[in-house]
Every structure is written in C-alpha cells, then in structure tokens.
Design a protein. Structure first.
Length: 163
C-alpha cells in the first residue's frame, strides 16, 4: 500500500520535473520535448489579471451623482493620528481602557514605546494582545482619562456636510 503524500509533495515532484531536475519523476517519458509541451500548456492556463478592466467598467457605469459621492468620500479621509497635533506630548503615558496596568509611552509625533522600542500604536496594540491583524487602536487607549478616539475626532473633525 502506498503512503499518502501531502499536497506539497504531489505538486513539487512535477514542478521539479518541469525544471529539469534529474530523477525527480522516474519515467522513461520525461524527455525535453514533453517538458516544453507541458510548459506551453501551463502558460496557456495562466490566469489573466482582469482588475484594471473591471475597475474601468465599474467607473464607466457610474453616474455623475455616484462619481461626486466617491470624490466626497476620498476628500473626507482624515489624516494619520499625530500625537503632537492632538496635544499629547512625548513622554506621555497612554493607558489601555480595560486595564490601567497596560501602558505605552509616546516617544514622538507618531510612535509609542513598546518593549523598549518605538513602534506605531497599532503595532503595539497587536503585539500586546497577540493579534495577527490590525485594529484601529484609538477607541481602546486613554490619555488623561479621555479616549484617543475622542481626542482624534476633536483634532480632525469631519468636514461639514459629510457626516
């Protein structure tokens, strides 16, 4: 009885044969012409990136109101959080909202210190809580008892009429 092979093993043997590594597939039919024919077939099967044509088709189908709304949305993007602009000085401690023992220290306009090294608050949040994805950290951190999200909103208000 043959042992089950992993997907990687099943795929790596033909790939090494395609690359011409001797002995990768023991067969009397592993000639160069078969290899080049198989490569040609694989090239024909290659997937084409259709993203640009789909984006153009969507853009062409938008009416003027939709285009104006899209432009308003693009203009409404607010800037990256900047501690200096938010009146949070270097050296200030930021405290996690649910546990005041968890703190980071602001080191410059856009970085905090975590584990002795400067990094973004997003990265510090990920590392502290063992996340493998980014989370907007401002709702979870406090400066002088006030959520960073509130301070951010006060510093960078949404444009009138876009709320």
């Amino acid at each position: 009885m043959l042992a089950k092979s992993t997907t990687q093993e099943r795929l790596s043997r033909p790939c090494t044969w395609l690359l011409g590594i001797p002995g990768s597939i023991p067969s009397g039919n592993s000639s160069k012409s078969n290899r080049s024919e198989l490569l040609a077939v694989l090239k024909l099967l290659a997937v084409q990136d259709v993203t640009p044509s789909v984006e153009k088709e969507i853009s062409d189908s938008l009416d003027d109101t939709d285009k104006e709304s899209l432009n308003d949305l693009k203009r409404s993007k607010r800037p990256k959080m900047n501690f200096k602009e938010m009146n949070i000085p270097a050296g200030a401690n930021l405290t996690y909202i649910d546990d005041d023992r968890i703190q980071v220290q602001v080191v410059d306009d856009t970085h905090v210190e975590h584990d002795g090294a400067p990094c973004s608050l997003t990265r510090a949040h990920r590392e502290i809580f063992g996340l493998d994805y980014n989370v907007q950290p401002s709702p979870y951190w406090l400066y002088n008892g006030k959520r960073l999200k509130e301070i951010y909103d006060d510093t960078y208000p949404l444009d009138e009429g876009l709320e």
